[in-house]
Design a protein around this ligand. Structure first.
Ligand code: PEP
Ligand code: MG
Length: 602
């Protein structure tokens, strides 16, 4: 018996992480990793229908894979598309499908359960395999299982239904899932989990897509095809909007459209050297994750790529491109970055970055403090060495820096450097050319700040990751909406850390770049400059806005405000100072809506 769904208007409030408002239809996206599997005992008459249902799911999963393969060939190149072949082969495997069907028939159970029984058996065999490479192929089995289970649940495994513009709703979107989406068809994001610096938030801001995260229980209430209004500016999501809501939305849209558009800057203006009003030079670089952003580096006038989050090279199934594939990817990015240079970050995996994938650290009680980033890389020398070799080889063609994520100790740097030099020597022995790379440390953990003077002697530059620096300094999970109110980038403790790291770099004569989300916000960027930063790296789309701010700012004044901020006791006091000191002094540069705090849950 079908239960009639409540279609009256309902509203959710979450964390607003980007601007804009849209109305549209929902696409419910299952990110995987947490598929529930139930065992249902079937009645006699139901078995044949269940077998047909399984067959339909296999066909659906197959169509999805073929479409994904085509897309991968288009966006990543033919050589990457082959990864889907293994999955297709498995899906088409007669033995697997016969075994599932046999379990459905012999046990009179649902397809989900039968898939689990059969794939558990296969995985047990993989566990016994001694060869690391072969054993890891079990991730293919897991991924195909996940795809089948989602196909059985009737939900799209991304992309398939994403042929029309849709509002994507998910519990949480992992980088590996985001990498799979076709952004040309996404109108907005709405997720149950997440905060200001969660991956969905960073991507949404980077691509200019309206997004509200931290909606808690929206996913459960939402169905694919449901009408919705997303007002990202207000952090509001309205399901089944009533007529009046749609009218109000349309009215607001009309007014917004009639507002005079800012004059578009020319490419030459965007590339011109940037100085504050009192003549201090500032460099703006690009943070890059997804291929769609590659073109934007030059379009928005970035001076090179200040941060390439290389973990986005991994496909949703967590497989790692081989050395040549990576080298080609880095070379392509290096060509885009040109003489201004490319900074590749070693895979920042673990933590919340690749949950649910075969490559993550497995179940950890406290993943943010666990086997993440450089710790993970050191634990997996095969991955680290392959990446280092690819970067060194690409660096023979253009200027590339390498940055180590989540450094908490000088030893992390020494161990990474050892691997780099070791691989350089090996490449030499193999007659392969390796270019020079400068090696930097991400400063995103308080212990790195406390030993910054020592670290500065061991690296060529610092890269301040404020997203994690805030998370770890204030002990606030960056992806947890429950504590979004505690995530205060302008907390005096954070500012003291930033100041200290910048000073240590300057004293040692090395450069530093700030690449966390703070750099992309005009008010925060002004504070960062006041604290001593001269290089900022951000989503390419944020560059014109921050450029305008820098050009209109007097650094002396920003320094005065920053100095006062360092004396404050609370984030509230700092934010007030910024509102008065910057917003009061330059109302045109810092209109109300871009002053802190970032809109959090009301
Ligand atoms: C940061 O932590 O600020 C950063 C730039 O890295 P990510 O957001 O990828 O952790
Ligand atoms: Mg980080």
């Amino acid at each position: 018996m079908s239960v009639k769904r409540d279609r009256s208007e309902r509203r959710w409030r979450g964390v607003a992480v980007s601007d804009g408002a849209v109305s549209g239809r929902l696409l419910r996206v299952h990110s995987g990793g947490r598929t529930s599997i139930y065992r249902v005992k079937l009645e006699d008459g139901e078995v044949a229908r269940e077998v047909r249902r399984y067959g339909a799911a296999v066909r659906l999963a197959r169509r999805q894979l073929l479409a994904l393969k085509k897309r991968a060939a288009r966006t990543l190149g033919e050589e990457h598309a082959y990864i889907f072949d293994a999955h297709l082969l498995m899906l088409e495997d007669r033995k697997l499908n016969d075994d599932v069907e046999a379990v459905i028939r012999s046990e009179s159970v649902n397809s989900e359960w039968a898939v689990k029984v059969v794939t558990d058996r296969i995985l047990a065999v993989y566990e016994e395999i001694k060869d690391d490479y072969l054993r890891e192929r079990s991730s293919d089995v897991e991924d195909v299982t996940r795809r089948l289970l989602v196909a059985l649940s009737g939900e799209s495994m991304l992309g398939r239904r994403l042929t029309e513009d849709a509002v994507v709703v998910a519990e949480e979107l992992m980088p590996s899932t985001l990498a799979e989406l076709d952004f040309t068809h996404i109108k907005a994001f709405a997720t149950d989990v997440g905060g200001w610096t969660s991956h969905t938030a960073i991507i949404a801001r980077g691509l200019g897509i309206p997004a509200v995260v931290g909606l808690r229980d929206f996913y459960r209430a939402a169905r694919t095809g449901d009408p919705v209004v997303i007002d990202a500016g207000r952090g509001e999501v309205t399901l089944h909007p009533a007529h009046e809501t749609l009218e109000r939305f349309a009215r607001e849209r009309r007014v917004a459209k009639e507002a005079p558009a800012a004059r578009a800057a020319t490419a030459a203006e965007l590339r011109a050297p940037l100085k504050t009003r009192d003549g201090v030079e500032v460099t703006l670089r690009a943070n890059v994750e997804l291929p769609v952003e590659y073109d934007w580096v030059n379009r928005y006038g970035a001076h090179g790529i200040g941060l390439f989050r290389s973990e986005f090279l991994l496909s949703h199934r967590g497989s790692v491109p081989n050395e040549d594939e990576q080298r080609e990817a880095y070379e392509a990015l290096s060509r885009i970055a040109g003489e201004d240079g490319l900074t590749v970050r070693l895979f920042d995996m673990g933590g919340d970055k690749l949950t649910g994938s075969r490559l993550d650290a497995g179940e950890e009680r406290n993943p943010a403090l666990g086997l993440r980033a450089i710790r993970f890389c050191l634990q997996r020398p095969d991955l680290l060495r392959t990446q280092v070799r690819a970067v060194l080889r690409a660096a023979a063609r253009g200027p590339i820096d390498l940055v180590i994520p989540m450094v908490s100790d000088v030893t992390d740097v020494r161990r990474a450097r050892e691997v780099i030099e070791d691989e350089r020597a090996r490449l030499g022995g193999e007659g392969k050319k390796a270019g020079p790379v400068r090696v930097g440390a991400m400063i995103e953990v308080p212990s790195a700040v406390l030993v910054a003077e020592k670290l500065a002697r061991e690296v060529d530059f610092f890269s301040l990751g404020t997203n994690d620096l805030v998370q770890y300094t204030l002990a606030v999970d960056r992806g947890n909406d429950e504590v979004a109110g505690w995530f205060r980038s302008l907390h005096p403790a954070v500012l003291i850390c930033i100041r200290r790291a910048l000073e240590a770099a300057a004293a040692a004569g090395i450069r530093s770049v700030v690449c966390g989300e703070m750099a992309a916000s005009p008010a925060y960027a002004a504070v960062l400059l006041g604290l001593g930063a001269r290089e900022l790296s951000m989503a390419p789309t944020a560059i014109p806005r921050v450029r305008r701010t820098v050009a209109g700012l007097e650094l002396g004044e920003a320094e005065r405000v920053a100095k006062e901020c360092l004396e404050c006791a609370t984030a509230d006091e700092v934010e007030e100072l910024v509102r008065v000191g910057l917003g009061g002094r330059w109302p045109n540069l810092f209109p109300k809506e871009i002053l802190p705090p970032p809109k959090t849950k009301g």
